[in-house]
Design a protein around this ligand. Sequence first.
Ligand code: DGL
Length: 252
Amino acid sequence: MDQDRPIGVFDSGVGGLSVLRALRAELPAEDFVYFSDAGHAPYGEKGEQFVSDRSLSIAVDLLERHRIKGLVIACNTATAAAVHLLRARHNQLPVVGVEPALTPAAALTKTGKVAVLATRGTLGSAKFQALRDSLRDQAEFVLVPCDGLAAAIEADDQEQIASLCRKYTRDLEGVDTLVLGCTHYPFAAQVFRQLLGPGVQLVETGEPVARQTRRLLEAQGLLKPEGSGAVHWQTTGSQEALRAAASRWLGL
Ligand code: DGL
């Protein structure tokens, strides 16, 4: 039965676990295949062609090996580079992407000033520019490309994480809303909160993406009626590092 097939979720590394966490909460009966492309990470500083090639080849792998019934691109950089290509190439497959949460942030800000932390790849993409332009009248967006931060989170290098978070939040005068526009960054949320205090709210995308995945699968009659929600792990990097991250952040 198609409903029993797993949902594929991929990211350049462990960042997508922040999305998988929300997906498992929203869809507890579903089985997932999590693909971490850590052997090719970080995506954010590698350029669009590289990231779209990787995304297309991961989708083929997930379809051929696991016969996935839907695909969640749990990476802002890969969504910006390849969501349109993936949808065009696999037009029967429900594909859900993530993008920095500018719309909710514009609705939440009181000062009218929002910082968007994301990779250089995401912030430089045409998709992101279009999103920002569409909200130009609603808030001022301060764009902060966070080179190295996803890699530091991937390596679980706490010292480097703290130092980069400090560096990237240094000049945010008047900002009251911080968009975590890379799926790795929710794992540094604690550090951001300590640095910025309670006056700055953090916005991420895991839950809306999980709800959108439910809607899309439901519309196609692909939701699994019951099950206990297994996760199959796949990586081009270290199995051990992925296992440690899954245990640390998802208790799996
Ligand atoms: N987690 C990814 C994102 O949401 C990319 C991190 C990276 O590999 O640079 O953009």
